[in-house]
Design a protein around this ligand. Structure first.
Ligand SMILES: [Zn+2]
Length: 449
C-alpha cells in the first residue's frame, strides 16, 4: 500500500474532549488534564490540519476482558467514591485505593484511554494509516487482575492483541522512565511480541545517541508493526522522574523508530511536569507529521503554564551523566549476546483472522455522534473544575505533597478568540473524514498469546 511518499506519513490521532476532566484527586501527580493541554497546544500550532482527528469509542468490558480478568473489570465498572466502603476487600485484592485511587468516572477514563489505543490498532490493521497516536494511552503498569502505578486497564496490551490479528510479530518499545512491566508480563511467554523497555537503571537510549541496539532488534526480530510508549517522565525536570532528557532527545526515539517505515502506534504514558508533557507530545506529534514547528509557543488556552520563557523546547539540567561509556558499552555487548541467542524472526502458524474489535457506541447520551470526526475545539470549551488547572500544586522534587493552595491558572478566553477558533474549526470540518465504526462483535477469542 502506497500511503508513504518519502518520509511523509499519514497520521490518525485519537482524542476525546472529556478526557481532561477526569481527576485522580488532590495531590495526585497523574493529571489527565495534560492530555487536554497537549491537544490544545498542537491545535494552536495548526497540526490538526495535517492529520485526521478521531474521537475514540469507549472500549467496553468485553473488549477489556480480552486480557483482563472478568472479576477485575466488573469491579472497575462498579466501584465509585460513594460506594467504596462496600468494596474494601476487593480494593485490596485489586490494588485500588492509594497510588491507584477511586475517582469519579474512573471506568469511563479507562474506556477512553483503551478505546483510542485499540481503535488506532484497528486503523493500522486496515492499512488506513501509517501512524496512529493516542496520548491518553500508554498505561503500561496495569496487570491482568490488578491496578498498578496509576494504571488500571492496560490499553497497550489490548492494542497489541488487536495488532496480532494481522501481524506475526509486534515490537513494543517503552521510553517511560519506569519499566513497562505490565506489557512485558502479558507477553512473557510468546515470541510474537518483543518488549524493549528503556528505563531507570540501564537507560541509555537515546541519551548517548547510540541507536545500534534498536537496529539490531529490528534486524533480528523483523517486526511488522511497532508500538511506541512515549512516557514523558523521562524528561529533564519531571516531578517524579529523575532523567535528564530534552524533548529533542526524547523525540529522537520517535524519529528513529519512524524511520523503519513500519505501521506505528504511538502512545502516551507517564509524565508529571505537565507543561513539559504537553510540550513533548506536541513536538512528537509534529515529528510524526514531518512538520517543523517554531520554538516560540503559539497562544493557547494554557499559555501561562509555559512561562517564563514560553518556548517549546527545554534545557537539560547540569546533573552528571552517570552512564559512563564503559558501562554503556558493557550493557550493549550483553544485549547483543542476548539477541544472538534469540531465534531469528520467529514465525507463527497460519490461522483464521479474528474479527476486528467491537467499536460500537457506548450508549453515551452525549449529543455528539461518536461516528463522526470530532469537531475539534468544541469539547475543549467545557468548563472543568478548578483543581484541573493546578499544575503548580506540587511539582517539586520527591513525590506527593498534600498542598491545598491551588493556583488557578485558567484564563477566560475573550469572545474574539473563541470566534476565531470556531471559524477555523468549521472550515476544517468541511473536509472532515468520517470514520465508519465497525460494530460487529468479536466472536472468536484470540488464542495466540
Ligand atoms: Zn513512568
Amino acid at each position: 500500500m502506497a500511503l508513504t511518499q518519502g518520509t511523509k506519513k499519514k497520521v490518525c490521532y485519537y482524542y476525546d474532549g472529556d478526557v481532561g476532566n477526569y481527576y485522580y484527586g488532590q495531590g495526585h501527580p497523574m493529571k489527565p488534564h495534560r492530555i487536554r493541554m497537549t491537544h490544545n497546544l498542537l491545535l494552536n500550532y495548526g497540526l490538526y490540519r495535517k492529520m485526521e482527528i478521531y474521537r475514540p469509542h469507549k472500549a467496553n468490558a468485553e473488549e477489556m476482558t480480552k486480557y483482563h480478568s472478568d472479576d477485575y473489570i466488573k469491579f472497575l465498572r462498579s466501584i465509585r467514591p460513594d460506594n467504596m466502603s462496600e468494596y474494601s476487600k476487593q480494593m485490596q485484592r485489586f490494588n485500588v485505593g492509594e497510588d491507584c485511587p477511586v475517582f469519579d468516572g474512573l471506568f469511563e477514563f479507562c474506556q477512553l484511554s483503551t478505546g483510542g489505543s485499540v481503535a488506532g490498532a484497528v486503523k493500522l490493521n486496515k492499512q488506513q494509516t501509517d501512524i496512529a497516536i493516542n496520548w491518553a494511552g500508554g498505561l503500561h503498569h496495569a496487570k491482568k487482575s490488578e491496578a498498578s502505578g496509576f494504571c488500571y486497564v492496560n490499553d497497550i496490551v489490548l492494542a497489541i492483541l488487536e495488532l496480532l490479528k494481522y501481524h506475526q510479530r509486534v515490537l513494543y518499545i517503552d521510553i517511560d522512565i519506569h519499566h513497562g512491566d505490565g506489557v512485558e508480563e502479558a507477553f512473557y511467554t510468546t515470541d510474537r511480541v518483543m518488549t524493549v523497555s528503556f528505563h531507570k537503571y540501564g537507560e541509555y537510549f537515546p541519551g548517548t545517541g547510540d541507536l545500534r541496539i534498536m537496529a539490531k532488534v529490528m534486524e533480528t526480530y523483523q517486526p511488522s508493526a511497532v508500538v511506541l510508549q512515549c512516557g514523558a517522565d523521562s524528561l529533564s525536570g519531571d516531578r517524579l522522574g529523575c532523567f535528564n532528557l530534552t524533548i529533542k532527545g526524547h523525540a529522537k526515539c520517535v524519529e528513529y523508530i519512524k524511520s523503519f517505515n513500519l505501521p506505528l502506534l504511538m502512545l502516551g504514558g507517564g509524565g508529571y511536569t505537565i507543561r513539559n508533557v504537553a510540550r513533548c507530545w506536541t513536538y512528537e506529534t509534529a515529528v510524526a507529521l514531518d512538520t517543523a514547528i517554531p520554538n516560540e509557543l503559539p497562544y493557547n488556552d494554557y499559555f501561562e503554564y509555559f512561562g517564563p520563557d514560553f518556548k517549546l523546547h527545554i534545557s537539560p539540567s547540569n546533573m552528571t551523566n552517570q552512564n559512563t561509556n564503559d558501562y554503556l558499552e558493557k550493557i550493549k555487548q550483553r544485549l547483543f549476546e542476548n539477541l544472538r541467542m534469540l531465534p531469528h524472526a520467529p514465525g507463527v502458524q497460519a490461522q483464521a483472522i479474528p474479527e476486528d474489535t467491537v467499536q460500537e457506541d457506548s450508549g453515551d447520551e452525549d449529543e455528539d455522534d461518536p461516528d463522526k470526526r470530532i469537531s475539534i475545539l468544541a469539547h475543549d470549551k467545557r468548563i472543568a473544575c478548578d483543581e484541573e488547572f493546578s499544575d503548580s500544586e506540587d511539582e517539586g522534587q520527591g513525590g506527593r505533597r498534600n498542598t491545598t493552595s491551588y493556583k488557578k491558572a485558567k484564563r477566560a478566553k475573550t469572545d474574539e478568540e473563541k470566534d476565531g477558533e470556531e471559524k477555523e474549526v468549521k472550515e476544517e470540518d468541511k473536509g472532515a473524514v468520517e470514520e465508519k465504526m465497525d460494530t460487529k462483535s468479536t466472536k472468536e477469542e484470540l488464542k495466540t498469546v
